[in-house]
Design a protein around this ligand. Sequence first.
Ligand code: AMP
Length: 277
Amino acid sequence: MIRTVQALKRALAPWRARRDVIALVPTMGALHDGHFALVRLAQRRADRVIVSIFVNPAQFAPHEDLAAYPRTFDADLAALAALAVDAVWAPSVPTMYPAGFATRIIPEGPATAGLEDAFRPHFFAGVATVVAKLLIQCEPDIAVFGEKDYQQLKVVTQLARDLDLGTRIVGAPILRDKDGLALSSRNAYLSRGEREAAPLLHRVLVRCAKAIAAGEPIDSVLDEGRAAIAKGGFALDYLEARQARTLAPASAARKEPLRLLVAARIGNTRLIDNVAV
Ligand code: AMP
C-alpha cells in the first residue's frame, strides 16, 4: 500500500521503463463485487493495475454522508491482495489536499446536464479535481470507471480529453445483485425493509426502457415510472431519459441511443441507477 506521492512515483518508474500498460481504478473503498469487476476488466486490458482508495471530502456537501461513509480499509486491502493488484494508492486527506491547497476544476458540458448536478451542486467539481489529481499522479494509460455513475463517467471522459491527460477512460457495465439492485457501498446503509424495496428502481428503469423502445411516448412513460417510484416509498430526485452519448435531453424525433437515469432517496439513503434503452 502506497501512502505518499514520492513512493507512488518510485513504484511506477520501473513499470514505465518497461513500457508496461498501466491501468488505474479509482475508488472510495468499501469495496464490493462491482469494484472487483472493474479491477478484473483493468487486469484484462493492462499489464499493471493500480487501485486508488480515497474518500474524497471535496465531493461531499456539508450535509452529506462524508463522516458516515462506510470505511472497510483492512478488508479492502485483503481483497485487493487476493486479486493480485499491483499497487494500492491510498493517500491521506492532507497528502491530497495539503494546507494551502487552492485549486478546483469546474467541469461543464455533461457536468451541467441537470441530473446529479441539480441535486449535488458541489459534486462534480470535487470529482473532477480529485480525478485530475489521480490521473496526473498515476499517469495511467487507461482508467476504468463504472457506468453505475453514468454522468460521472461522461464528466471524467470529457475531463481527460479536455486537459490532454493522456489517459483513455474505459466504462464498465453495472454489476447488480440477483434482484437487480445495483451494487453500491451505500447499500450498507439500507435497513432490511429498505433493502427489500430498493430493487424497484431497477424494475421501473427496465419497464420504462422497454416501453420507450416499443415506441411509447417518452413523457408519459417517465410519468408512470415516477409515480411507481413514489408509490414504492421513495422520494424521487429525478427519472430522466437522455441521449446516451451527451446527456442532452432525449428528443422523440431523433434516433440516437438513450439512457434512462434515476436518483431517489429511501429513508436516509440516496440511490442512483441507469439503464440503456
Ligand atoms: P465508488 O467507490 O462508489 O466511488 O466507486 C468507484 C468506481 O466503481 C466508480 O467508477 C463506480 O462507478 C464504480 N462502481 C461502483 N458500483 C458499481 C457497480 N455496481 N457496477 C459497476 N461499477 C461500479
